[in-house]
Design a protein around this ligand. Structure first.
Ligand code: SF4
Length: 345
């Protein structure tokens, strides 16, 4: 007969195998996790993997070691430091939240789920993760790893995203009152290290005897996912103008919308038939090839045009940024791809 899954079995496994992560405090340590570091890591980890987040997390916490330090940062410095991590609305919300914690809460994160949910950019998932991990509250935390573990543990075949509420209920039913913070991290670690999407290492799993999918031999095919709609392709033109002194013509994108608040190349609209929209009068040269990038809802193919312009010609849009001030690493990935294409040409 199959056993009941016991949180304690997972906690015992976690005590031996917890991943060492830069924002994490090891189990049974006398130090409490820093809510600022937990919150920052959770915002960065949304839609992004642990290896991609680590260098950004280290750089952010070295430069802005406290929430108050981050609150006092210049918007453009934070946007530049976030460049390459994607989903730029997160960076804008990060600043809003740091400022709300500093101004409205005296620089101290609220400890309750309700208090955390009142902060800008903090949704139920992040609030639950911070409440559990930083404050050891019995909040249910369900990310992709946890969904996969729950679907397998219960051999649940309802496809995602319809299965989300079912899997959340399953996760909530298992969340223990003792060490809920460690437990939340333990389920995530199980999903990240053993109960992986392909080839789960069931032989090493502390919940194997309780796992319905292991018994049924269905683990590798779970969780089921509804087929994704095909992403459309949009076209666009990016204009890379360089002044004879080496300065580049750049434009800060409007706060709202895709890549909001980020620095980028002036360009056309992105659609089926983009209209020419050069930001300065020049002899534009179209480069061979394209800069290609995939966003959440569409693929983008950018034609890249370049021009060399004299010192005295004023741009119609954007500003020339001189070389020491301009670093390609401050650009979001799609804009950096356009720059790389121009540089290689
Ligand atoms: S037994 Fe296998 S499928 Fe089941 S929870 Fe453990 S690793 Fe995942």
């Amino acid at each position: 007969m199959r056993e009941q899954a016991k949180p304690q079995d997972l906690l015992d496994w976690y005590d031996r195998h917890a991943r060492a992560l830069p924002w994490r405090v090891p189990p049974h340590s006398n130090v409490r996790p820093d809510p600022y570091r937990i919150w920052l890591s959770e915002i960065m980890l949304q839609q992004t993997t642990v290896p991609a987040v680590k260098p950004y997390f280290e750089a952010f916490t070295a430069r802005w070691p406290t929430v108050t330090a981050l609150a006092e940062a210049r918007d453009e410095d934070v946007m530049a430091a976030w460049a390459g991590l994607g989903y730029y609305a997160r960076a804008r919300n990060l600043l809003k939240c740091a400022r709300a914690v500093t101004v409205d809460h005296g620089g101290v994160f609220p400890e309750t789920l309700e208090g955390l949910l009142s902060l800008p950019g903090v949704g139920p998932y992040t609030a639950g993760a911070v409440a559990a991990i930083a404050f050891d509250q019995p909040a249910t935390v369900v990310d992709g790893n946890v969904e996969r573990v729950m679907a397998r543990l219960h051999d649940e075949h309802t496809p995602l995203p319809a299965a989300k509420p079912i899997l959340t209920q399953m996760a909530a039913a298992l969340t223990p009152a003792t060490r809920p913070g460690d437990y939340a991290q333990a389920v995530m670690d199980l999903g990240a290290t053993l109960c992986t999407p392909r080839n789960p290492a069931c032989g090493l799993c502390p919940w194997r005897r309780a796992c319905a999918a292991w018994e049924a031999g269905t683990a590798a095919e779970l969780p089921k996912k509804a087929p994704k709609a095909r992403k459309p392709t949009r076209l666009g033109i990016a204009y890379l103008a360089r002044r004879v002194d080496g300065a580049w013509l750049l434009e800060r994108r409007p706060d709202k919308g895709l890549l909001g608040g980020m620095l980028g190349w002036p360009g056309s609209d992105w659609g089926e038939a983009p209209q020419e929209a050069p930001p300065i009068r020049a002899e534009w040269k179209t480069l061979p090839g394209e800069a290609r990038h995939t966003f959440t809802h569409f693929h983008l193919r950018l034609t890249v045009k370049t021009a060399l312009v004299p010192m005295d010609r004023p741009p119609e849009r954007g500003d020339f940024i001189e070389l020491p001030e301009f670093s390609p690493s401050d650009l979001p990935t799609v804009m950096r791809k356009a720059f790389d294409l121009a540089r290689s040409a």
